[in-house]
Design a protein around this ligand. Structure first.
Ligand SMILES: Nc1ncnc2c1ncn2[C@@H]1O[C@H](COP(=O)(O)OP(=O)(O)O)[C@@H](O)[C@H]1O
Ligand SMILES: [Mg+2]
Length: 586
């Protein structure tokens, strides 16, 4: 696939999983052609992967070129003059539109800021004269200082373009809440426009150019949408990743950034991060001095660094967030309240309880206002009723917050954090070993990744051993050097959505590549039906990847049924259940 728009995540292959979300939104985008899709808001705290998903949706939609034109715009968290904002919005749309129509990626790169004339020339050059009309309208409004009309023109541009050209457009607007609050009426940036988003009242109803907006300030965005754009948006919450995707991501980062982990530390980190892609990426890429993620102690040190040190990405990212939220609420009491709720994260507290337990010298009304602001900023949660509140259910945020503010408010010993991490890891370790115990394993909870490491790092050296514990390898087969060893991409939007546990491409064409399947948590034996299913995928991948010599390989911890064994022998599919596949060997 081509990645036309440069994704902020970095190398495209780092993007992992989000299968459910991508499938949902790709169907939603596809349904635009039947005018069935309703404008939607993707809600989640910052760093949950909203931008990653939107940029990926852009690229897939662009690449598919199947009747829906993607438009992506991020509203930044900086004050900007309305006129500059409108021109930037317009030019972003125009260049993305031209790129799609002309199939030229280069128009997606940075463009000359504010240069409407250049954009017109480009449109003409690509034979899209009708785009010029839109830009003329914008230019005219700018020159005549008709700011109200200006916003209307650019806001409606995608919808009108879709209507006139009989096309469909998906409008993705990232961090939508900043439209209200960051865009200012005056050049001095002193008067934010209160209700710019409200203009979307009718635009958001469009079925030919519906909106997919996102917001990190969940409370804020929901409040704005509810009051300004009632019933225009469907809410979809973006959650943490499921365990399998989080693990896949962790191993991918481990390989990509060359940061080794063990199965145990991988299990601990995925467990503690609770599937947050940001926490996993931050720990894997941490600048912690002497970082070593192959031991529990090393992992704790890195987490401590990320939580307590000013250079920690997790800490600085949360602080940035909290400090832009606190000015309105910033006093000891607000921090105290958040700390107190954090401490009792497992239950809801009423306002009355807060007043009593914290000895607060304020009225119920004043407290309510303060709490409302904190909920709006997504620092605490509203409880089951209007007067109940709860801390944010995220154990790393909790520690960052306490690390910073507990120190300021009362005595605080940083050692507490270390102790808490250790205790949480003890719990997770118990769980890990009991899971393994249930399966009668020593290791291999994430068997596919251990196998991938085996092939990538040790297979050649262990050639004789691995051959001796694997049946039905072709005559003269040897394990070799592989240029690429990975799970065959399972994210939607790629080659027909095939997912294969192992894909190891031989470095030299004369050697055998390996296409394999791993079954490790299944207590059933591998069946003939599964073998036939695998054979099909194997053939597809071999063809797609244009590989001449390949071996199909099934690793099944619980073995094979007699029929499956027979089938594999006949078809030449290599089989093994031997645990030695999972270790580096000697
Ligand atoms: N699907 C994913 N695969 C790999 N890494 C991801 C994924 N989603 C998020 N990340 C990591 O988390 C970070 C934050 O994601 P981002 O999309 O910027 O979050 P948001 O837009 O919600 O604030 C990214 O820079 C990346 O390192
Ligand atoms: Mg973002």
């Amino acid at each position: 696939m081509d990645y036309a728009l440069k994704e902020r995540i970095g190398k495209p292959e780092l993007f992992t999983g989000r299968k459910e979300e991508l499938t949902y939104y790709l169907d939603w985008i596809n349904d635009i052609k039947d005018e069935k899709s309703q404008s939607t808001a993707m809600l989640a705290r910052r760093k949950m992967g909203k931008t990653a998903i939107m940029e990926r949706l852009f690229n897939i939609t662009f690449y598919k070129n199947d009747g829906v034109i993607p438009f992506y715009y991020e509203v930044r968290e900086n004050k900007i003059w309305l006129v500059d904002f409108c021109i930037d919005f317009c030019l972003t749309f125009v260049y993305q539109y031209i790129a799609f129509k002309s199939r030229k990626h280069e128009y997606l790169g940075p463009f000359e800021k504010g240069n409407l004339t250049r954009a017109k020339q480009t449109a003409v050059k690509e034979g899209l004269e009708y785009v010029v009309e839109l830009i003329n309208g914008v230019e005219d409004a700018v020159q005549n200082e008709r700011d109200g009309i200006l916003w209307e023109i650019v806001r409606e541009a995608p919808k009108i373009m879709a209507f006139r050209q009989d096309e469909f457009i998906v409008q993705m607007i990232d961090e939508f809440q900043f439209i209200n609050g960051m865009v200012c009426l005056d050049k001095n940036l002193e008067k934010p426009v209160k209700n710019l988003a409200g203009g979307y009242l009718s635009t958001a109803e469009s079925k030919i150019a519906p909106l997919l907006v996102s917001g990190s300030w969940v409370g804020w965005l929901m409040k704005e949408l509810n009051s300004l754009l009632p019933a225009r948006f469907r809410y979809k919450f973006l959650r943490n990743m499921p365990e399998d995707e989080a693990v896949e991501m962790l191993y991918k980062y481990s390989r990509f950034f060359n940061v080794p982990v063990t199965e145990e530390t991988a299990y601990l980190l995925t467990g503690l991060a609770e599937g947050s892609p940001f926490y996993i990426s931050a720990v894997m890429r941490s600048n912690c001095p002497g970082k070593d993620l192959t031991t529990t102690g090393g992992l704790i040190r890195t987490l401590e660094f990320e939580t307590l040190d000013d250079e920690g990405t997790i800490k600085s990212s949360w602080l940035e967030y909290v400090s832009s939220a606190f000015p309105q609420i910033n006093d000891r009491n607000a921090k105290n309240i958040v700390l107190h709720l954090s401490k009792h994260r497992d239950r809801e507290l009423t306002r009355q309880e807060l007043i009593e337990e914290l000895n607060l010298d304020m009225t119920d009304g004043e407290l309510e206002k303060k709490l409302k602001a904190l909920v709006k900023a997504d620092i605490i949660n509203q409880g089951g009723s209007n007067f109940r509140y709860r801390g944010v259910n995220d154990n790393i945020f909790d520690k960052v917050f306490r690390g910073v503010y507990e120190e300021e408010i009362r005595e605080f010993d940083a050692k507490v954090i270390k102790k808490e991490y250790s205790e949480e890891f003890e719990k997770l370790k118990k769980k890990y070993y009991s899971l393994l115990g249930k399966l009668n394993y020593q290791k291999g909870y994430f068997a596919e990744y251990l196998l991938l490491d085996q092939l990538r790092l040790h297979a050649r050296r262990n050639n004789e051993l691995l051959k001796s514990i694997t049946r039905y390898l072709p005559e003269g087969f040897d394990f070799c050097n592989y240029s690429r060893v990975w799970k065959y991409d399972s994210s939607p939007g790629y080659a027909g959505r095939i997912s294969i546990d192992i894909f190891a491409r031989a470095r030299s064409a004369g050697d055998y590549s390996i296409i394999g399947e791993v079954k490790s948590r299944d207590v059933r034996k591998f069946s003939k039906e599964e073998a036939a299913e695998f054979e099909k995928k194997y053939t597809q991948v071999k063809k797609l990847e244009d590989i001449e010599y390949a071996v199909g390989f099934v690793f099944s911890r619980s073995g094979f049924t007699k029929e499956a064994e027979e089938y594999c022998r006949e078809k030449g599919i290599a089989c093994s259940e031997d645990e030695r596949w999972l270790g580096p060997g000697k």
